[in-house]
Design a protein around this ligand. Structure first.
Ligand code: ZN
Length: 250
């Protein structure tokens, strides 16, 4: 019996052949998996509307050799995959899911990330604070072991505590004498708050430019980690590398 039940959030989808889709799912019990949804691009498909990024689904899956197969699906939460969602909010949700995709490895159960993913999607839909995405990404980086060490300047070791720059290659801050790329003080304050599990202090800040700067900083950190080659290169990745990946479902 190779069928198994699980619940999962749809991270992204790609068309496969005439009527199928490959779906990246982050499941609660089995971590990140890739599965085929057969026949979902036909007009008669009952589940095609469910298999959208951000949706949380109750699934019956069949364990295949390389890709699993979605046998049954029902909707638990649409999150942002619903009519009337602000495009900016949906874009933030896709950025959030892409980071989860990039920072996790296949078939590694991670209930903490699963809960954070769902909580993040809920907040992005209902309470989209300016610093929310930055806080979520920083929390994820921390969980996955990629949080920056903000205790000392990465170059001279000074523990002066006031940093004005950051070196993304080494993921370390820089004091005023050591250069680095300029980073505003609010970014360091917010990063430290998230790493100290004081996320609520970050979310109350309604300053939009400050939130954007924090978000850009966190996105850059994620990209640097991914650039170091964490991303898995399984069968689907190599298949997708053959042509431009496109997510045509959003
Ligand atoms: Zn220094």
């Amino acid at each position: 019996m190779k069928s198994y039940p699980d619940r999962a959030v749809v991270i992204r989808t790609w068309p496969l052949g005439e009527s199928d889709r490959i779906v990246t799912l982050f499941t609660r019990e089995h971590g990140k998996i890739r599965a085929v949804a057969k026949g979902v691009r036909g007009a008669k498909s009952r589940i095609s509307g469910l298999i959208q990024p951000t949706s949380e689904l109750d699934l019956l899956l069949y364990r295949g050799r390389e890709l699993d197969v979605i046998q049954q699906a029902s909707l638990l939460q649409a999150h942002l995959a619903r009519v009337g969602v602000d495009p900016g909010q949906f874009g933030s949700a896709l950025e959030w899911l892409e980071a989860i995709d990039n920072l996790t490895v296949d078939r590694h159960p991670d209930p903490v990330v699963y809960e954070l993913m769902n909580r993040g999607l809920r907040l992005l839909a209902d309470e989209p604070a300016p610093s929310l995405l930055g806080a979520l990404l920083m929390r994820l980086l921390d969980i996955e072991g990629y949080a920056p060490n903000l205790s000392v300047c990465g170059l001279c070791g000074s523990a002066v505590g006031v940093f004005v720059g950051f070196d993304f290659a080494s993921s370390a801050p820089r004091c005023s004498g050591c250069g680095g790329e300029p980073v505003g003080p609010a970014v360091f304050v917010k990063t430290a708050s998230v790493l100290a599990h004081r996320v609520s202090e970050v979310l109350v800040d309604e300053n939009v430019p400050s939130g954007r700067e924090f978000e850009a900083f966190a996105i850059r950190l994620v990209k640097e980690v991914v650039g170091r080659g964490l991303r898995s290169t399984g069968v689907v990745a190599s298949l997708l590398d053959a042509g431009p990946a496109q997510n045509d479902s959003c």
